[in-house]
Design a protein around this ligand. Structure first.
Ligand code: AMP
Ligand code: ZN
Length: 115
């Protein structure tokens, strides 16, 4: 399967990994939009939120267990942060392996994106 994030998980593509456990990997976004911009990714190929179901939702729980740990490592646990998951074309999903953007390191305002 030609999936960028699966290749990062298998170490076939380099990334700046900041956290990892059996279920989850977190690495720095290559084009950060905030001082802290980390992608938190399940170590199984789930294409998008549309593919989350009873067989794989344990990975999503593991993502949300990992997020506070990643936030601590990134130094944003106390000041706060935002998590975004884009889905599909209108949602702006570019990489077809579900991922959660952890953004912080500055006051993000009422909205993260304006175009
Ligand atoms: P999305 O638009 O929600 O699918 O987010 C995909 C994210 O992946 C974007 O924020 C990209 O900057 C990021 N990205 C793309 N390629 C890489 C890479 N090789 N390493 C880290 N982040 C990447
Ligand atoms: Zn994948």
């Amino acid at each position: 399967m030609d999936c960028l994030f699966c290749k990062i998980i298998s170490r076939d593509v380099p990334a700046t990994i900041v956290y990892e456990n059996e279920y989850v990997i977190a690495f720095k976004d290559i084009y950060p939009v905030a001082p802290v911009h980390i992608l938190v990714v399940p170590k199984t190929h789930i294409k998008s939120m549309n593919e989350v179901d009873d067989t794989n939702s344990n990975y999503i729980a593991k993502i949300y267990e990992a997020i506070p740990e990643v936030a601590k490592i990134a130094g944003v646990f106390d000041n706060g942060y935002r998590v975004i998951c884009n889905a599909g074309e209108d949602g702006g999903q570019m990489v077809q392996h579900i991922h959660f953007h952890l953004l912080g390191g500055k006051h993000l305002g009422a909205k993260i994106l304006r175009d």
